[in-house]
Design a protein around this ligand. Structure first.
Ligand code: ATP
Ligand code: MG
Length: 745
């Protein structure tokens, strides 16, 4: 479809249109939330295709989630037709998988390499820990993996670490003696080296490797680098503020920025440094801050008009984010008017917070006709969802949770996938060992370790050793027989897979039946196993669906899609009415928008998270997260908190979040400002008034007196029209109290 310039930019504002049309080598669209960055990026691609005349294959567009990629493709298809299909629109990880599938041999990856998820990686770390006599309980697999991840995100390779901290260690070596037990760097270096060694043996990579190895590939294989530099003429990246160093270098390499012949691709990045919230995964805010220095002849375009939110919501967001130091002030305005005030509510505990939210949602739905799917409830940590879910269930509000235990993390699904993985990639030791005795075939740890040791002494894979079972010494028939049946099973499945490669769903079905996975669950009378059976049938449906969408798909292609699934992929599409309220963490909410947003758990220690409260840098990151949360709301924002919240099985008293304090008072209409305990502290003694635990919220909705919530003896007056004391200790106007106050008096 040909689109005229007018069609592509007519409904954009001036700087937006300019960004769409920009023709130079490097462009940063830096702007606050909801200013149309993602929209402009999409339009710009349409422009490049229909006005500049580029081919779809010359464009690489990077989004932060698979979901966002799918949405961008849809929008592009609507704008310019089906050519969008031939374009690379994906996350960093998916793009790298694609590159490595084609050219991974240059960095030692063979066809069909496995992608390990977190659980696989932890398993591998545990195995290594056992072999090296490292107490992985003391140094948790998680902490070791997180360090390894840091190395990879900053492109530090294991050889460098080994040379610096454990020069005598050779990967694959046994009986290594650590120099000093408290030398943690040595431990990390050895674990990193060994981990990479084992991954290489298993023809496997972890998520961070996808980026790391692609960079390595581009840096060490000039012909491969030349191929991609010739191929991609336009590289566009959304959410650039959350790229890490490795991703930054990847873009540089792909665009040939340091190529003596000059850059080969024009780079467009969009982002908002105030929304950088992934530092814990290595995101480096400097990438966006230094863009103009990093990319020659770069141009920056700022967008200032927000199209998403009301002025009230923007004012709140701006007020919060200005508390961060060292940021460039940004202008952000909206033509949408002031809109409704933010609604605040302080509950006595988390259950009552959920109860109130559920009641309010029911009201919105019944009285104001708000669709459930237009409402999102956000929280800082996954654990908070439990009480919220219970509240919604009790009130009969349909909801969907994004996150939690994912489908592909469920045990039975992982078992089935492990089979598929082991079929595609027999070298995959972790998955091969996982299924050795699943379903139970009488093979214990001893049998496993005999094979593992044989593999090690012959410097080969677990499968290879198993394949030469007869040569393993000292094996009794009781061990050898089931092992050899397992070998036969795997051989037979591999044959089946080879003959049916174009039909992943058939292979899934075959695996489920022939392995006995399904039978074991079907025979069980554990009710949980019934739902496990359903999950397996679901897996087969997913494979069938994959086949439909990818007529040339293969089993390893299918496995890729399952490996790269993220929380955000469970979200319904933007225009879809799911009929359900969405629950998710603030991190998952990035880039999304909802007419009504509840920001819950606004308490010191919950949000900001307790870990962040002492550290200025981390506190700034939490504040950016608050900024992200507030700016998800289009029309109506709610902020809620609880005075008591259970942590580690204990009810803790929670103070209001400092972020609440940072929102100007006149923007919030508190339905209930102080909790029962707080009122009692500040001298309120009317049992009648605070006895009502939550059946009719309006009754005590207006109890927000001006007495300091922190229990200081600020003077209060009995009259609700004049609040003498300041709440939260700061002195602000308080015009909007007591709307429902009168009813209980
Ligand atoms: P975030 O920082 O949260 O990622 P963003 O800057 O990417 O936000 P978008 O999601 O692209 O912003 O846009 C926010 C909303 O404003 C969307 O609903 C979008 O369709 C709308 N919008 C953006 N620009 C315009 C415009 N010129 N006219 C009308 N609506 C617009
Ligand atoms: Mg966006």
């Amino acid at each position: 479809i040909q689109r005229s310039p007018e069609e592509l930019t007519g409904d954009l504002n001036q700087p937006q249109a300019e960004a769409v049309r920009y023709a130079g080598p490097a462009l940063l669209i830096g702007a606050g939330a909801g200013s149309g960055k993602t929209r402009v990026l999409t339009r710009r691609i349409a422009w490049i295709l229909s006005q500049v005349g580029a081919w779809p294959s010359q464009i690489l567009a990077i989004t932060f989630t698979n979901k966002a990629a799918a949405e961008m493709k849809e929008r592009l298809a609507a704008l310019i037709g089906p050519v969008a299909d031939r374009m690379w629109v994906s996350t960093f990880h998916s793009a790298c998988v694609r590159i490595l599938r084609r050219d991974g041999e240059g960095v030692g990856l063979k066809n069909g390499f496995s992608i390990y998820d977190t659980a696989d990686c932890e398993r591998l770390i545990k195995l290594i820990g056992q072999d090296l006599n490292v107490d992985v309980k003391k140094f948790t697999p998680r902490s070791i993996l997180s360090r390894i991840s840091d190395y990879k995100n900053s492109l530090v390779d294991w050889k460098t670490q080994l040379a610096a901290f454990a020069p005598d260690y050779k990967p694959g070596q046994r009986g290594y003696r650590f120099g000093r037990i408290d030398n943690i760097e040595e431990l990390y270096a050895v674990m990193y080296a060994e981990y990479q060694y084992r991954l290489a043996m298993a023809n496997a990579v972890d998520f961070d490797d996808l980026i790391f190895k692609t960079v390595e590939l581009l840096r060490t294989q000039p012909d491969v680098a030349a191929y991609y530099r010739h191929k991609f003429r336009f590289i566009l990246v959304d959410e650039y503020q959350d790229t890490n160093h490795a991703q930054y270098i990847l873009i540089r390499e792909l665009a040939g920025v340091d190529d003596p012949a000059g850059p080969s691709a024009a780079v467009t990045v969009v982002g908002d440094s105030d929304q950088s919230i992934y530092a814990f995964r290595g995101a480096d805010i400097r990438n966006i801050q230094d863009f103009e220095q990093d990319f020659p002849n770069a141009r920056t375009i700022m967008l200032e008009q927000n199209y998403r939110s009301t002025q009230t919501i923007l004012d709140a967001a701006n007020a919060v984010i200005t508390h961060n130091e060292g940021r460039k002030p940004k202008k952000l305005w909206t033509a949408l008017g002031k809109g409704e005030k933010i609604t605040g509510y302080a509950a006595d505990n988390a259950a009552l917070e959920a109860h109130w939210i559920a009641g309010e949602i029911t009201r919105l739905h019944a009285e104001e006709g708000v669709r459930y799917s237009d409402i999102a409830i956000m929280y800082r940590a996954n654990a908070q969802s439990r009480s919220l879910e219970e509240g919604l269930i009790k009130a009969g509000v349909p909801y969907q949770l994004v996150g939690g235990t994912r489908f592909y993390e469920r045990r039975e699904v992982k078992d089935a996938i492990a089979y598929l993985q082991a079929i595609v990639n027999p070298a995959d030791n972790v998955n091969m060992r996982r299924i050795l005795n699943v379903p139970k075939r009488g093979l214990g740890a001893r049998a496993e370790s005999m094979v593992a040791m044989a593999a090690e002494s012959h410097n080969t894979t677990f499968w290879d050793a198993l394949d030469h079972l007869e040569q393993i010494e000292g094996m009794t028939a009781r061990t050898a027989n089931p092992l050899s049946r397992f070998r036969d099973l795997m051989n037979s499945l591999r044959q089946f897979a080879a003959a049916n490669d174009a039909h992943p769903s058939r292979i899934v079905a075959q695996v489920l039946h022939e392995s006995g996975l399904l039978e074991e669950l079907q025979k069980s009378d554990d009710p949980q196993d019934a739902s496990r059976v359903e999950n397996l049938s679901q897996l087969q449906s997913v494979a069938a669906e994959y086949e439909q969408h990818n007529p040339d798909g293969t089993l390893s292609g299918f496995l890729e899609t399952t490996a790269l699934v993220a929380d955000s992929d469970q979200l319904p599409g933007a225009d879809e009415d799911s009929g359900k309220v969405t629950l998710m963490t603030l991190h998952t909410a990035k880039g999304l928008e909802y007419p009504v947003v509840f920001l819950t758990g606004m308490e010191q220690g919950t949000f900001p998270h307790s870990r962040a409260m002492e550290d200025e840098k981390e506190l700034s990151e939490e504040r950016r997260l608050a900024y992200v949360g507030i700016t998800r709301a289009k029309r109506h924002l709610y902020v809620t908190r609880a005075a008591l919240r259970a942590q580690w099985g204990q009810a803790n008293e929670m103070l209001p979040s400092q972020f609440l304090d940072e929102i100007p008072d006149e923007l919030i209409d508190w339905k209930r400002r102080e909790t029962g305990m707080e009122r009692m502290r500040s001298g309120w003694r009317d049992d009648d008034e605070f006895g009502g635990w939550g059946d009719d919220d309006d009754e005590f909705g207006g109890f927000s007196f001006g007495g300091s919530t922190f229990g200081s003896a600020a003077p209060r007056t009995a009259s609700h029209s004049s609040y003498g004391g300041s709440s939260y200790g700061s002195s602000r106007g308080s015009s909007s109290y007591g709307s429902s106050y009168g009813s209980s008096h």
